[in-house]
Design a protein around this ligand. Sequence first.
Ligand code: UD1
Ligand code: CA
Length: 487
Amino acid sequence: MSTHSHPEQVTAIVLAAGSGRRMKSARAKVLHEIAGRSMIEHALVAVAEAGVRTTVAVVGHDRDQVSAAIAAHDPSVVLAVQEQQNGTGHAVHVALESLDTPPEGTVVVTYGDVPLLSSQTLSELLVDHRAAARIVTILTAEVGDPTGYGRIVRDRDGAVTAIREHRDADDVERSIREINSGILVVDAEFLRHAVASLETDNAQGELYLTDIVGRAVAEGRPVGAHVLEDVWQTEGVNDRVQLARIGRELNRRITTHWMTEGVTIVDPDTTWIDSAVTLAADVTILPGTQLLGATVVAAGATIGPDTTLCNVEVGERATIVRTHGSDAVVGADATVGPFAYLRPGAELGEGGKIGTFVEVKNSQIAAGAKVPHLSYVGDATIGEGTNIGAGTIFANYDGVNKNRTTVGRHARTASNNTFVAPVDIGDGAHTGAGTTVRHDVPPGALAVGTSGQRNIEGWVADRRPGSTSDRAAREAQSAPTAERTEH
Ligand code: UD1
Ligand code: CA
């Protein structure tokens, strides 16, 4: 998405002081997420990408949570506290008061709970406002059910004359289907004086920002509406049903975007992609896949089916099947899964393999190295071309400390090994099946378990008398010899 620049100064005011009661959440409404970003972040990204330099966010309910999240996202955003939510006009007044110097040029007002509003729409709104030389331009939309919204009142010539809030509207006005999105662009100087003279003579006893429209008309200043066809962009979120609905629509937009960029998405309905994910051309995504956070996938890679990756970097032509991964790196031409678990710090080199039922954490597996089956690799460094046998456990935790294991280049370790860290296995070393490696293995050596198999006869009869094992053993021992030696 491009950054659009504007010749004159633009200040954004993002309203986010409302209560969000209907979310029924300990978390502030605007901090609920879709596509991996909170709603307030979506709003702040949109104004920033539209080229706005100065942004004021008005906070009130849950202000500690909301302020902290905004500061973490962008510390340059000015925070204005609205102690009591006396209406959108009051919120804008509070925002203007919080600035050291009053804004000049143009002010754009948006909401923190309208997450689909795009930077492109804001830019078009600003361009339209400037081209028509208006004092106020409101973003409007025609909707099927306008209940609850402010209505756009126009005269016979179609010129906007006022915004009437639903609760203040008469039946004729309520039949108007063109609604106020709440988003508007306004001349800064006009906004300051218009907001200062708002009154509360309305059904809700609030200071309505929307009254500045009637005020401009009364003063004979040019007012207009920018009608948006894409109604989704004007929709606010008040409850979790709307959150899911808008979240699905955003996902539809994101998957559509990547398909137009050359990504094959076999089933967009079951594929979820966060806003910050980056995909190259000719990536293939199979059904049931979630690509989250700052995941980056290079050209020709295939992900899925049924895979979740969060903050994972995937190299060219890599294949990741039925895998759960986070904060990991998969090299070019590498293969992962099915049923692999990549935990933070897992790094697989070019052409390497992490196979079936393998869990990897904080480990570097070099180019061409393979961990194909049923293993846990924790805090390890595995050299290039090395093969780790099936069912190997890197025992990294002694109950107190986590220790590292290193395995050199082109080593061949056998099935069912335990590497008790800290331990080093040299380049080209081999191990025998079932070996517990407690001591370093020099390059080229074969490590085998020292204690061979010993059978302690009668142990079960001695230590587990009367158990089902004891009974089965006795039955086997008393059976005729011929029958027993048959197999
Ligand atoms: C407002 C508009 C209405 C429009 C609708 C679109 C006014 C008077 N009405 O309605 O014309 O159709 O939005 O959704 O402007 N907020 C504050 N402080 C306040 C009040 C609100 O920060 O004191 C914030 C809310 O958090 C929210 C936004 O402003 O993000 C809109 O508030 P809300 O109460 O949802 O809007 P309405 O007044 O219903
Ligand atoms: Ca609302």
